[in-house]
Every structure is written in structure tokens, then in C-alpha cells.
Design a protein around this ligand. Structure first.
Ligand SMILES: [Mg+2]
Ligand SMILES: [Zn+2]
Length: 168
């Protein structure tokens, strides 16, 4: 099983400065993201979302608010026939030293434990933060950074998410 590990905020749905998240209860999709996900699925990838949510620990949003936004996003994706296999999130603060905050690999390890049939070498990570591409680089798998200038083996830079299928 090959997996497209996608970041959530700024990759599938819009991201905001931390303090603006406090007022956000409904996700807005990044332009072209839903169609891109459909294409990715048509190329036999399963979708797993991995998302840093330190804004929970740091008090900008509640856990309930995280769940509310995620549920609304999933509902819309399901409506559009985009099936998400799973979501892993890191709720810890940036200074807590957990192993799941990207670019640490805890969320990928949790995914591998839950789905041992994942072929990591055939999988990739895409996101709009340096942490996303650094995670791919740490694992030595393909990575795509959206408007991230990062030079590394198997790492590509995209101007936006809709360029992703060209590489698959
Ligand atoms: Mg992001
Ligand atoms: Zn964590």
C-alpha cells in the first residue's frame, strides 16, 4: 500500500496565523486541493493526513475546535468522493519535546504500526512547511514542499498543490 501523507493546514485547507485560528470553525479548501486529491487517489495512493496542532496545547484553539474543523473537512471530502484513510495529529506544544511534532517521525511510525502494509519507499509527504519536507528528508522518502525552498535528495518544490500529480 502506498500512501500520500498530506499536511492539513495550508495544504488541503487554508491556514491562518495562530491567533486567527481562535475564530475559525469551518475549513476553507485550498484552491484545487480536492481535485488534486482525486488524482492522487486515481494513481493508487491512499490518503493519510499528518498535522501539527500545537495551537491546541498553546491555547489558540480547543481540542473540540480541532475536531470540529477536521470533521467538517472530512464531510466535504466524503461528499466529493475523496476517501481519507486516517488522520494523525500532534497536539503537543512546540517546547514539549514530543516525538510526533513534524519534522519528527512519530506520526509516520504510528501510521506504520496501524497499517503494517504501508510501503514507505513508495509513499511521499507533501506540505507547505519546512517541517514537512524535513520529515521526508529524515525518512529518506519523496517529499514535496509547497513554496518551500529546500534542496535535498528526492525533495521537489511545488508552486501549489495542483502541480503534485505531474510528479506521480
Ligand atoms: Mg501546513
Ligand atoms: Zn506531538
Amino acid at each position: 500500500m502506498k500512501i500520500a501523507f498530506l499536511d492539513r493546514d495550508g495544504t488541503i485547507i487554508k491556514d491562518y496565523p495562530d491567533e486567527r485560528w481562535t475564530a475559525i470553525h469551518s475549513p476553507e479548501f485550498v484552491k484545487g486541493a480536492v481535485n488534486t486529491l482525486k488524482t492522487v487517489i486515481s494513481k493508487d495512493y491512499e490518503i493519510i493526513i499528518i498535522t501539527n496542532q500545537y495551537i491546541i496545547h498553546e491555547g489558540f484553539i480547543t481540542f473540540g475546535q480541532y475536531e470540529e474543523v477536521t470533521a467538517k473537512m472530512l464531510k466535504e471530502l466524503t461528499k466529493q468522493q475523496v476517501q481519507v484513510l486516517d488522520i494523525f495529529y500532534c497536539p503537543h506544544g512546540r517546547n514539549e519535546g514530543c516525538d510526533c511534532l513534524k519534522p519528527r517521525d512519530g506520526m509516520i511510525r504510528m501510521a506504520l504500526e496501524k497499517y503494517p502494509e504501508i510501503n514507505l519507499k513508495e509513499s511521499f509527504i507533501v506540505g507547505d512547511s519546512r517541517a514537512d519536507v524535513e520529515l521526508a528528508a529524515n525518512l529518506n522518502i519523496r517529499g514535496f514542499g509547497i513554496r518551500i525552498d529546500y534542496r535535498g535528495k528526492n525533495i521537489e518544490t511545488l508552486n501549489d498543490i495542483t502541480e503534485l500529480p505531474d510528479y506521480l
